[in-house]
Design a protein around this ligand. Structure first.
Ligand code: SAM
Length: 339
């Protein structure tokens, strides 16, 4: 794929002359016909975003968020935006939403996609899997609409994640055991995969071939970035949400731990599969900004209600109490070590 100077201009909202200056100064390769390869394009965006950070004197400077806001307003309005404009929710498809964001505009991606593989292939009993069917998605999806596990679709998703993520930043993507084997390897082509973490749910769930008690979290980076602490283990024992009001709702603590590892105050956190909004609650608790989307109307109405109430009263309507179990390291991480 190749890009033109105009593509960069549109992406960054800067004038062509500035871009040409950057190309000359940084000796970025340009083809004879003036086009840029994927690599040159990405290098240019990264350099520009680094320069912008320095110019603004702080890497979490508000203008970057304003830039997102400006772009968003041109394209679509959020379904929900908090009064202080730090939290925005959109009803959209993950790839189309990410495409609507400018390059290098978010500081961390924490997400839990609705993979179709596990649901379609690992059926129990008479073909049914766990969960309520009231909110079934289109095309035979069991609970909500699923994100199709084709390599092409997943690669397009990862490439958009890479594009919107600022340089020297982290991404966390949740995986079930099925999608880990089929899709996670593609992440290596796009990001620097650093580790695969294990979320130990403490209690067993359903499953014919060993009862399921864990999920995976792929941890990767764009560029170089250390974790905030060297004391976080790669197995996270946090209890599952029981009797959840939204299918597949995750404990906020799982997302909080990702942010403890990789975020700073005022980071723009992005979750393109927001579901019930657990990642948004984690972002608020960690003093971060948040931008997220979901295709489902139900998810957006649940997360909107949840975020609004949490901002107003600090009450989490969908997770009434802490899901930290008796694991000493987890308790220490949460209670003795503040971000
Ligand atoms: C596994 S759930 C996320 C649950 C969430 N982490 C929580 O704690 O509530 C995945 C979500 O992805 C949404 N979804 C499915 N296909 C999507 C797509 N193409 N783009 C964005 N969201 C999608 C589903 O509606 C569902 O809410």
């Amino acid at each position: 794929m190749s890009y033109t100077i105009q593509d960069v201009q549109e992406e960054l909202s800067v004038v062509g002359e500035d871009i040409e200056k950057y190309i000359r100064l940084n000796k970025i390769k340009v083809a004879k016909d003036g086009s840029l390869s994927e690599k040159s394009y990405q290098t240019l965006l990264d350099l520009f975003s680094d320069q912008e950070s320095k110019h603004n004197g702080h890497k979490n400077s508000k203008p970057v968020y304003d830039l997102i806001r400006h772009k968003i307003e041109e394209k679509q309005k959020p379904v929900f935006e908090s009064q202080d404009q730090r939290i925005s929710l959109f009803q959209d498809d993950a790839i189309s939403f990410l495409k609507s964001l400018p390059a290098a505009s978010v500081d961390i991606i924490i997400t839990d996609p609705a993979y179709s593989g596990m649901n379609q292939r690992l059926k129990l009993g008479r073909g049914k899997i766990i969960g309520k069917y009231a909110d079934a998605g289109k095309n035979g999806a069991k609970w909500f609409e699923e994100f199709h596990d084709t390599e092409e679709n997943y690669r397009a998703f990862l490439q958009q994640c890479y594009r919107v993520l600022r340089n020297n930043r982290h991404i966390y993507i949740m995986f079930d055991s099925f999608s880990l084997l089929s899709l996670a390897p593609i992440a290596r082509d796009v990001f620097e995969v650093k580790n695969v973490l294990c979320w130990d749910k403490a209690n067993i769930g359903l499953g014919h071939y060993f009862r399921r008690r864990h999920e995976f979290i792929l941890f990767a980076s764009k560029g170089k970035r250390h974790l905030n602490s060297k004391s976080i283990p790669d197995v996270w024992k946090i209890k599952r949400v029981t009797a959840s009001q939204y299918p597949t709702q995750k404990p906020t603590e799982v997302f909080e731990l990702m942010l403890k590892g990789s975020a700073e105050k005022d980071f723009v956190v992005c979750d393109p599969f927001v579901g019930s909004g657990s990642s948004a609650i984690a972002a608020i608790k960690s003093d971060c900004k948040f931008i997220g989307c979901d295709t489902s109307e139900k998810a957006i109405s649940v997360s909107k209600e949840r975020v609004k109430e949490f901002l107003k009263t600090k009450t989490d309507l969908y997770q009434k109490s802490s899901l930290l179990g008796d694991d000493e390291t987890m308790t220490k991480l949460f209670f003795e070590w503040q971000l």
